[in-house]
Design a protein around this ligand. Structure first.
Ligand SMILES: NC(=O)CC[C@H](N)C(=O)O
Length: 436
């Protein structure tokens, strides 16, 4: 499903030429001077951005069309990419958003009953510069050890410069820290996703306002399937725009860029929380809730990107395998209920935590009806373990409609009973990720 909105100019994409020429020489140049040489894939030209790796074995079409990847050069750790081609159903937005694409072996021809065209053709048509034939394991290990960094893919004529010229172009590009990108990928006009178009038989049970900060198409669909009408609003929406659709709940989506730049959205969320509207946030929406509650955010060493990321729901002790794509995280204390000194929203606890590195993966407010997760329960691509979160939000709206805070009636983390044998999350001091 693709939102009914035409492409608009994208300042984040740095493509300079768009001719497909598979055998043209290409180079991936990292900010620290390391260079990997291969051949072109998709469009030829120059692509500048942050080099990051994604560990999904499947779902490349969903990955490249996820707006949260804007201004990033994505390295796929899966060695064969493009085997199932590209179709009209799996795109998560109206276009490809990765700024550049890095693969080891590109499929020579796609083979799948749903395939409509090759990934190479699609990349070329949309002007996305890629590189193939590079050692993606070596690139991934390098980024893991030296942190994600700025990089450039140069192919065709653009690859003819000296190493120094190419590196200078990389060093002149903008870093991800401090980048404000959500407004660039968001829609210009509001639109509505109706339950009846997604298998719901009957009147909508609730309606919500969902701020598109780079929303993935499956997110409103997951609400609609459950009988929730979704008013998707642009990233620049105001409290008046939200109130105008008379919502039962408020949602903020995933999105690209540094959450420290999202002041407009933090302000909007605070004003919505003041109205006592139930809130659910995904990914960027989790970071914005963290900031609205008075916590900071920081850049991870190399982030979490893939569809095999283990997370513990600390209320139930259950572990879920999740889909993730984030390079920043909320800096909140892991243990117990806390309240940042300047917060007017009461207590909050870390509801979900990454089992790989103890990064905060979810927040639950205890005194207001609001919660959020850092990962992707819409599962496109990815496992469906976290689908219960959409139901949790519906419960919260139901509880609020019934005049009580549904969050209050649930056990807090302190009184949760983790499943036997599951490791308790470690203290945040043991984080392997660097803080800003
Ligand atoms: N998928 C997202 O919403 C990512 C949020 C933010 N841009 C980050 O990198 O952490």
């Amino acid at each position: 499903m693709t939102p009914p909105v035409e492409s608009k100019t994208v300042k984040a994409n740095t493509v300079t030429a768009t001719t497909s020429a598979q055998s043209a020489p290409a180079a991936l140049v990292l900010e620290d001077g390391r260079i990997f040489r291969g051949t072109s894939y998709g469009a030829t030209g120059t692509a500048l951005g942050e080099a990051v790796f994604a560990t999904g074995m499947t779902g490349y079409q969903e990955t490249i069309t996820d707006p949260s990847y804007a201004r990033q050069l994505v390295v796929q750790t899966a060695p064969h990419i493009g085997n199932t081609g590209v179709n009209s159903e799996d795109a998560e937005s109206r276009r490809i958003w990765v700024a550049g694409y890095i693969v080891r072996d590109a499929a020579r021809r796609p083979s799948n009953w749903r395939s409509e065209r090759s990934l190479d053709e699609e990349l070329a048509e949309q002007g996305i510069v890629g590189i193939q034939g590079v050692d993606t394991r070596a690139i991934t290990r390098h980024l893991r050890e030296h942190k994600t960094m700025r990089a450039g893919i140069f192919s065709g004529d653009a690859a003819r410069g000296t190493d120094k010229e190419l590196l200078d172009a990389v060093l002149a590009s903008a870093p991800m820290e401090g980048s404000r990108l959500a407004e660039e990928v968001s829609v210009d006009e509001a639109y509505v996703v109706e339950p009846k178009d997604h298998g719901w038989d009957g009147e909508p049970r609730f309606s919500i306002a969902a701020i598109d900060l780079g929303i993935k198409a499956m997110t409103p669909v997951r609400f609609a399937e459950r009988g929730v009408r979704v008013h998707v609003l642009p990233a620049t929406a105001t409290l008046e725009d939200v109130k105008a659709v008379n919502p039962d709940g408020f949602f903020m989506s995933n999105g690209p860029g540094d959450p420290a730049t999202a002041d407009t959205q933090v302000k909007l969320l605070r004003s919505v929380l003041d109205e006592k509207l139930p809130y659910f946030g995904i990914c960027f929406g989790n970071q914005i809730l963290g900031r609205a509650l008075g916590f900071g955010t920081y850049k991870l060493r190399y982030g979490h990107r893939g569809i095999n990321q283990p997370v513990m729901d600390r209320r139930t002790g259950k572990v879920e395998i999740t889909s993730q794509n984030h390079g920043f995280a909320v800096d909140a204390p892991l243990e117990g209920a806390t309240q940042a000194p300047e917060s007017r929203y009461g207590r909050v606890e870390v509801s979900h935590v990454s089992l790989n590195d103890d990064v905060v993966e979810g927040l639950a407010c205890l005194d207001i009806p609001a919660f959020s997760v850092q990962y992707h329960p819409e599962a496109a691509a990815g496992p469906h373990d976290a689908a219960y979160l959409f139901d949790r939000f519906i419960d919260l709206m139901e509880g609020t409609r019934d005049g009580k805070n549904a969050n209050e009636s649930k056990d807090s983390v302190d009184s949760a009973h983790p499943v036997e044998g599951a490791d308790a999350p470690k203290n945040s001091d043991t984080k392997t990720e660097d803080k800003k």
